[in-house]
Design a protein around this ligand. Structure first.
Ligand code: NAP
Length: 242
């Protein structure tokens, strides 16, 4: 049994990733922050299709909470390790920089960037020892080209892209790959305040993407077939210029 931990697996893109990885046989560890009902719904979707899943709530931006959660999982699964880590949990708190408060800057950096760091460093050791691991970071078009009103979010996602490339070079020799997927506009709670009708005219494919379209790429990157791809950032954005 191979275990896959998906942070922010309760809703949106994270839920679609949980379901896709369960369908190809991984046992899924669903992380979330506070929405237990949504996380239970993800678990139910997986189990209805014959898959296996468990919940592991923690705040990715709280280093101690991350360590505690990993410790409690390891105590329950002494003979197993988490081979696949999808760093998907994320938030956006948009405002022009001239109006940006410390809290908006810090919360976005802490969740999107420190969240990646705290959990990744804890799971790396077993991946390196077992000589197999997949780390897939969900970044954003915003971290590649920068988007106005998102200096906090663009900075955090761009930082994770840099870390993806650096870490890939540290761990490749041990058959651990590290990649990123960069969605454009994807239908989810995160984008429900955006006006799709206006924005879709900018997108060559003419619509927002679906969470399942991101999950399909993550599923491939997690597979054995993707063993020779590392340090890459794959855009999933319907042709939006990056
Ligand atoms: P979403 O629907 O808002 O879901 C966010 C998920 O992250 C939820 O599961 C939430 O848990 C979890 N989460 C938030 N803060 C957390 C924390 N501190 N600790 C643990 N979990 C936390 O978002 P989404 O649209 O699916 O986005 C998923 C990822 O894709 C994010 O990294 C986002 O930046 C990125 N992305 C999204 C888009 C898009 O258009 N949607 C585009 C580019 C990139 P709860 O349910 O408990 O709140």
């Amino acid at each position: 049994m191979r275990y896959a931990l998906i942070t922010g697996g309760s809703r949106g893109i994270g839920r679609a990733i949980c379901i896709a990885l369960a369908e190809v046989g991984y046992s899924i560890i669903i992380n979330y922050m506070s929405n237990e009902a949504a996380a239970m719904e993800t678990k139910k979707c997986i189990e209805e299709k014959g898959g296996s899943a468990e919940l592991l709530p923690f705040d990715v931006s709280d280093g101690e909470a991350v360590d505690q959660a990993v410790l409690s999982w390891t105590e329950k699964h002494p003979d197993d390790y988490i081979a696949i880590l999808v760093n998907n949990a994320g938030i956006r708190l948009d405002t022009m920089m001239i109006f940006m408060q410390d809290e908006q800057w810090n919360n976005v950096i802490n969740t999107n960037l420190y969240g990646f760091f705290y959990i990744t460093r804890r799971l790396l050791k077993d991946m390196l020892t077992k000589r197999f691991g997949r780390i897939i970071n969900v970044v954003s078009l915003s971290g590649i080209k920068g988007l106005p009103g998102q200096t906090n979010y663009s900075a955090a996602k761009a930082a994770v892209i840099g870390a993806t490339k650096a870490l890939a070079q540290e761990v490749g020799v041990r058959k651990v790959t590290v990649n990123a997927v960069a969605p454009g506009f994807i239908t989810s709670d995160m984008t429900k305040d955006l006006d799709e009708n206006t924005l879709k005219s900018m997108i060559p494919v003419g619509r927002f993407g679906k969470p399942e379209e991101v999950a399909a790429v993550v599923e491939f990157l997690a597979s054995e077939k993707a063993a020779y791809i590392t340090g890459e950032v794959i855009s999933i954005n319907g042709g939006l210029y990056t």
